[in-house]
Ligand binder design. Structure first.
Ligand SMILES: [Fe+2]
Length: 256
C-alpha cells in the first residue's frame, strides 16, 4: 500500500492535465477467471506472433517480464522497462482526453487501462483494455528507437492542442505506426502495431494479403483517412524504426 501510493504520488507530481486520471492497479484483485482469460488471449496470439511479429516485439515481451499465464503487474513491468528506455506502463482510469494522453507520452508514461475484457469479447473490444494496452503496445517500448519516437511524438502533439487540423494529421501517423504498423524484416512483412498484435482476425487478414501494403511515406500517411471501426484496407510498411522516428521529425517541420 505504502509503496503503491508513493508510486502514484510520484507519477501525479510529474503531470498536470493527466494527474486526475492516474490510479493504482490492485493486482491482487484479479480473479482466477481473469487470469485464465488473459492466458487464453495470449495462447490464441502467440503461435502466429512467433512467426509474424517483428523481432523487437518478441524481444520486448520477454524483456519486460510478461507472462503467458498471469495478468501483468504494471509496477513489475515498469521496474523492468524503465531501466531500458525510461518508459513506464502507468495505470489510468480509462479513456484519456487528448491533452492528458500526449502529456503522458511526452513523460514516457504509457497510459494503461487495468480492466480486462470478458469471455464474450475475446476477439474485439471497442475500448482498449489491459490486453490491448500491455500485450499489444508495451513490449515495443523496450526498444530504444521506438521509445524515443513515441516520446517525441507525444511532445509534438502536446504542443499542437490549439491546432485540430495538425492534430488530426498527426493522429494518422499514430494510427498507421503505433496501432497498425507493419515492417519489412529479412524480406518478409512483420507486424508491430498493437491493433495487429492483439487482434487475431485483423492480423490474419493482413498476413493473407487482405490489405494493400504501401511503402511508408509520412506525407501520404498524414493525408490518409481511416475508419476506427472497420478492417484496414491500406497499411504502410516501414524498413526500420529509425524511419518512423525520422518521419515524425519531418512531420513536425512540415506542420510548423
Ligand atoms: Fe492502442
Amino acid at each position: 500500500m505504502g509503496i503503491a501510493t508513493s508510486t502514484l504520488n510520484l507519477a501525479q507530481s510529474k503531470l498536470h492535465v493527466a494527474a486526475p486520471y492516474l490510479i493504482e492497479q490492485t493486482w491482487a484483485n484479479y480473479t482466477p477467471e481473469q487470469h485464465a482469460i488473459w492466458a487464453e488471449l495470449v495462447s490464441r496470439r502467440m503461435p502466429q506472433l512467433r512467426e509474424h511479429a517483428c523481432r523487437e516485439y518478441l524481444d520486448g515481451f520477454h524483456q519486460i517480464g510478461l507472462r503467458e499465464d498471469k495478468l501483468p503487474n504494471l509496477s513489475e513491468v515498469s521496474a523492468l522497462l524503465q531501466p531500458r528506455t525510461g518508459w513506464q506502463s502507468t495505470p489510468v482510469s480509462g479513456f484519456l482526453p487528448a491533452a492528458a494522453f500526449f502529456e503522458m507520452l511526452a513523460a514516457r508514461m504509457f497510459p494503461t487501462t487495468t480492466w480486462l475484457r470478458g469471455r464474450d469479447s475475446l476477439e474485439y473490444t471497442p475500448e482498449p483494455d489491459i490486453f490491448h494496452d500491455v500485450f499489444g503496445h508495451v513490449p515495443m517500448h523496450a526498444h530504444p528507437v521506438f521509445g524515443d519516437f513515441l516520446q517525441h511524438y507525444g511532445q509534438i502533439c502536446a504542443g499542437l492542442m490549439h491546432d485540430p487540423v495538425a492534430l488530426e494529421r498527426m493522429g494518422r501517423v499514430f494510427w498507421f505506426t503505433v496501432e497498425f504498423g507493419v515492417i519489412r524484416q529479412e524480406g518478409r512483412l512483420k507486424v508491430y502495431g498493437s491493433g495487429l498484435i492483439s487482434s487475431h482476425g485483423e492480423c490474419t487478414r493482413v498476413l493473407a494479403g487482405g490489405a494493400e501494403i504501401r511503402d511508408f511515406d509520412v506525407e501520404k500517411v498524414m493525408n490518409q483517412e481511416f475508419d476506427t471501426g472497420a478492417m484496414q484496407p491500406v497499411l504502410y510498411a516501414v524498413e526500420s524504426f529509425e524511419q518512423i522516428y525520422e518521419a515524425t521529425k519531418l512531420a513536425e517541420s512540415r506542420l510548423g
